[in-house]
Design a protein around this ligand. Structure first.
Ligand code: HXC
Length: 258
């Protein structure tokens, strides 16, 4: 399938979505969100895909929601459309692992979309920020909730109230990104990580993701209980039997479900 605002390709078991609106620094317009939703649905349904990489260009992962599109909207419009819920939430609801490979600007909705992914690998030129305050509004795609959970209150307030950008080094220091790589190595590194993930048993990676995400939804005891039950449930996976037998036999596991 070809899309107007994104490019989609598969490399081995890795599904790659590249945001592609170069004239607007990948501003996330409604049509792009529709394209993205279709691409993610297709990768979710494709048994040949074990991990997804979401990326942008060298200059911009995404410079935010499309301000030109937003500026005409009334309160009625955004309320009735439940603006930002439909489509956007797909990124956080994908069940297969999804890695954000971020170069250049990840601002506003762009930063929020990166945070909806499972982890962020940043190029050394990445810049993160929630500049909505400079537009007279606030983050509307999870920024006020995910940022403090990921980087703590001090940094989150600093970013949300001043609208300033932070560079890749600061983002790594405060735990927003898992690694920084040189810009020209970004896709190699992200795809290698995704290939590694996709080489594991898919049901195991899917429940691992679900369990880590519980940490952001529940009190500790509830989360631990969820983990324990989910861990127990992995004993029903035939790949769990295979994985442990392979270790004992000193051979590589031959996953049935990848
Ligand atoms: C629409 C955008 C855009 C955006 C950039 N463009 N960001 N269009 N929405 N978010 C367009 C510009 O209008 C311009 O188009 C072209 O992309 C290139 O941008 P420039 O500004 O000329 O580039 P530069 O001078 O290099 O500055 C880069 C920048 C700046 C610092 C990233 O573009 C910028 O500040 N963008 C807005 C960032 C922002 O405020 N994001 C938050 C959006 S609100 P033309 O046609 O003039 O060449 C948001 C709300 C989320 O995300 C809540 C729910 C999702």
């Amino acid at each position: 399938t070809t899309y107007e605002n994104i490019q989609v390709e598969t490399k081995g078991r890795v599904g790659i979505v590249r945001l592609n609106r170069p004239k607007a620094l990948n501003a996330l317009c409604a049509a792009l969100i529709v394209d993205l939703g279709h691409a993610l649905d297709a990768f979710e349904a494709d048994p040949g895909v074990g991990c997804i990489v979401l990326t942008g260009s060298d200059k911009a992962f995404a410079a935010g929601a499309d301000i030109k599109e937003m500026k005409e909207k009334s309160y009625q419009d955004v309320f009735l459309q439940d603006f930002i819920t439909v489509g956007w939430e797909k990124v956080s609801q994908v069940r297969k692992p999804i890695v954000a490979a971020v170069a250049g600007y990840a601002l506003g909705g762009g930063c929020e979309m990166a945070m909806m992914c499972d982890f962020i690998i940043a190029a050394d030129n990445a810049r993160f920020g929630q500049p909505e305050i400079t537009l007279g509004t606030i983050p509307g795609a999870g920024g006020t909730q995910r940022l403090p959970r990921f980087i703590g209150k001090a940094k989150a307030m600093d970013l949300v109230l001043t609208g300033r950008m932070m560079d890749a080094a600061e983002a790594e220091r405060c735990g927003l990104v898992s690694r920084i790589v040189p810009l020209d190595k970004l896709m190699d590194e992200a795809i290698a990580a995704a290939e590694k993930i996709a080489s594991m048993s898919l049901p195991a990676t899917m429940v691992a993701k679900e369990a880590v995400n519980q940490a952001f939804e529940t009190p500790l005891a509830t989360g631990i209980r969820f983990e324990r039950r989910t861990f127990h449930a992995t004993f029903a996976f035939d790949d769990r039997v295979e994985g442990m037998n392979a270790f004992a036999d000193k051979r590589k596991a031959a996953w049935k479900h990848r």
